[in-house]
Design a protein around this ligand. Structure first.
Ligand SMILES: Cc1ncc(COP(=O)(O)O)c(C=O)c1O
Length: 423
């Protein structure tokens, strides 16, 4: 694709964009003077869909009208509320409906999944993961291995990029798995690395994990709604993600869970249980002896947090309408355009000294580019913010910029470049 650093080119691209109308479905943030901002922070907290408010209000109204009877008589009965989200969730991550459920929050779900799928035995007790994983993942893994009587250094293999490189090579991941093939119980990676923006080769990593007799699980916080995933076909064992980044469902909102059919339809798969995962037809009989609902739904513990899930459902409807395949196709172009604009700007403004540490191959990245800024990083970031460009800053020296295909335009990217010229 021959890109051009002109407003006309960006606007033409927007005209040709079959998803351009989705921008109007979102509320853009404003500065103190009411001026709309350019939002590039969907990798951290996505914008609010306009439909979120009505979705939430419907549930408040049903609660007001029905009280406890809303569990059965509401417009979307709360008794099986999670089912309204199942099909759309399965679409987003490339799973069968039976393999997914929305419940709890991300770190909680990672623990629940590790309770099921990190079970050291027969000399296999190690977890292999990327060094510098998101802190919550590190803490979750640390507490899991300690829970099983190991310490972090003996049980966790952290993979670092080669000297002078910023991201991991797939071949190095595979080699490390092979080198520890009799001791690894769990291969646990993110889908998209939060700091570098690297999209891991989930299929290849999963295949290698299985080859050595281990299981493969993924934290898809930065991949869900961003990359095109085929979790079932890739035979991923388990995954979880949050709904507030690319999935635009609001701060701290519920998490999605995927468990491969071969595990989730087996009632013997060990798990921590609660009443909401109990067989739905018998849930209110209040009997002894746990009988799980078939599928990932059998991992639910508590009753559905309906207000959060209502907002998430409103957002998932937009993903269903737009289509994850179409979003990804646009995303590749938009991120490539951002890379082009950043490179142009850097050529012309010697004050901008940064390196893009996200891989330049589209197959190895999602919507985010991470700029390792070599001089005045925080100052450049503040310049963006003062000019109404919302990106995010990660210590010690990275600016993350994520043009999300759902609501960002080529013109947004062009305008970001104009602001950087002025630095
Ligand atoms: C990769 C990753 N894992 C885990 C978390 C923690 O999510 P939660 O606070 O919903 O448990 C985050 C939050 O941003 C994240 O980015």
């Amino acid at each position: 694709m021959n890109f051009q650093n002109t407003l006309q080119f960006a606007q033409e691209k927007d005209q040709q964009d079959s998803l351009k109308e989705f921008r109007n479905e979102f509320i853009f943030t404003e500065d103190n003077n009411g001026k709309s901002q350019l939002y590039f922070c969907g990798n951290s907290l996505g914008l609010q869909p306009k439909s979120a408010k009505a979705a939430l209000e419907n549930e408040l109204q049903d609660w007001a009208k029905w009280g406890v009877e809303g569990h059965f008589h509401g417009r979307k009965p709360w008794f099986h509320y999670h089912k309204f989200l199942t099909d759309f969730t399965a679409e987003v991550v490339g799973a069968k409906p039976v393999e997914v459920v929305v419940m709890n929050q991300l770190t909680v779900n990672l623990h629940l999944l590790m309770a099921s799928f990190y079970r050291p035995q027969n000399g296999r007790y190690k977890i292999i993961m990327e060094a510098g994983a998101f802190p919550s993942d590190m803490y979750a893994v640390e507490s899991q291995v300690r829970f099983h009587g190991y310490n972090y250094d003996e049980a966790v293999i952290e993979l670092k990029p080669r000297d002078g490189e910023h991201t991991l090579r797939t071949e190095d991941i595979l080699e490390a798995i092979e080198n520890n093939k009799n001791e690894i119980a769990l291969v646990f990676f993110s889908g998209v690395q939060y700091y570098t923006g690297q999209l891991f080769d989930i299929q290849t990593i999963t295949k290698k994990a299985h080859e050595i007799g281990a299981l493969a699980g993924f934290d898809l916080a930065h991949a869900a709604g961003n990359a095109e995933l085929k979790l079932h076909d890739w035979e991923v064992d388990f995954a979880a993600w949050c709904s507030y980044k690319y999935l635009n469902s609001g701060p701290g909102n519920v998490s999605g869970v995927y468990i491969h059919e071969k595990h989730c339809t087996n009632p013997e798969t060990p798990r921590f249980s609660g009443w909401w995962g109990y067989r739905e037809d018998k849930r209110f009989l209040m009997q002894r002896g746990y009988q799980p609902e078939p599928g990932a739904a059998g991992w639910q513990m508590s009753n559905a947090p309906v207000f959060g899930m209502a907002v998430h459902l409103a957002s998932l409807e937009l993903f269903h309408k737009a289509g994850i395949h179409n979003l990804r196709a646009k995303s590749i172009q938009l991120t490539n355009y951002l890379e082009f604009i950043l490179t142009e700007v850097q050529k012309n403004n010697p004050k901008l000294k940064f390196e893009i540490i996200t891989p330049n191959d589209s197959n190895q990245r999602g919507a985010q580019l991470s700029l390792l800024v070599l001089e005045n990083g925080k100052d450049i970031f503040d310049h963006l913010t003062q000019n109404n460009i919302i990106a995010d800053w990660r210590e010690p020296n990275v600016i993350r910029i994520a043009p999300t295909p759902m609501y960002n335009s080529f013109e947004d990217v062009f305008q970001l470049g104009q602001v950087l010229y002025q630095y």
